[in-house]
Ligand binder design. Structure first.
Ligand SMILES: [Zn+2]
Length: 286
């Protein structure tokens, strides 16, 4: 699961499918929804001419999609040598075991429950496969196990759901706003340090202004926090009340997911001592 607060309009499927950089190519999964935008972006990463490719986020368990991922690699005379997950959410991970089955590739993931093979993923790991190097940047927040993958050769980062191609990410049930803000700041610093040119997100179109996008994400979080502070000051007590006020301009279909974000914001403000414990303690089910 991911989620967006952004507008529902966006580029057509065929503008996303097949897009990418010199070494990363998007194979768009056929699972569009309010929660997944146009669908999950599966990324094939390889040096042109290499014998193998890395798959980042196989996407949902959809046989046609997984076969297409393999076929796109084979069309470039590459077999899939490794599968990497940006995080555990099923729209990114559910197809991993089946893709591993049909390609014999191992699956590397932060969460041991999602690994196939002996190798995990940890901060600073450097994945070398398909003639390419991917550097693991640990970015918890959207989920507790989220990572981004730096592709230095293309000055690009695969962001999973930490940054989306449109709208903004919701903090998942297994996420944390404090971690998320730290992760955004880490990526923002990386953008300057490495001269980043492109963000390759888990949903939506690729982004050509990494620093500007990350500045927007950080500012957006501050605005939402200010709105939640104001809602609490106005007497709202439950996440549902706060969502109805703060997310009034957002499609109601997304409100249940916005509640995850509001809970995360209340947890964050409570940790700062800005919200009394009882304000955030209950409120479920209302
Ligand atoms: Zn997700």
């Amino acid at each position: 699961m991911t989620q967006t607060e952004g507008p529902s309009t966006g580029p057509a499927r065929n503008e996303i499918d097949g897009s990418g950089t010199g070494r990363a190519r998007c194979v768009l999964a056929p699972n569009p929804s309010p929660m997944t935008l146009d669908g999950t972006n599966t990324w094939l990463v390889a040096e042109p001419g290499a014998a193998t490719a890395i798959v980042v986020d196989p996407g949902p368990l959809d046989e046609g999609h997984l076969q297409r991922v393999r076929a796109v690699a084979e069309g470039a005379d590459q077999r899939i040598g490794m599968i990497v997950l940006t995080h555990r959410h099923s729209d990114h991970s559910a197809g991993a075991a089946r893709l591993a089955d049909i390609t014999s590739a191992p699956v590397r993931a932060v969460d041991p429950a999602h690994r196939l093979g002996s190798e995990g993923l940890a901060a600073g790991d450097v994945i070398v496969e398909g003639g390419c190097e991917l550097r693991v940047v640990v970015t918890p927040g959207h989920s507790s196990d989220s990572v981004c993958l730096l592709l230095p050769a293309d000055r690009a980062v695969l962001t999973g759901d930490t940054v989306l191609g449109r709208g903004t990410t919701v903090i998942g049930e297994d996420g944390s706003l404090r971690d998320y803000l730290d992760s955004l700041r880490r990526l923002r610093a990386l953008a300057d340090e490495t001269g980043l040119e492109t963000l390759l997100p888990g949903h939506g179109p690729l982004l050509a202004d990494p620093a500007g996008t990350l500045d927007f994400y950080l500012a957006h979080r501050e605005e939402r926090l200010a709105e939640v502070r104001a809602a609490v000051a106005a007497g709202d007590r439950t996440p549902a009340q706060i969502v109805a006020r703060v997310y009034a301009d957002v499609d109601r279909v997304l409100w249940p997911f916005a509640e995850f974000s509001v809970r995360a914001q209340l947890d964050y403000l409570r940790a700062l001592g800005e919200v009394p414990a009882e304000s955030a303690a209950d409120g479920g089910g209302s």
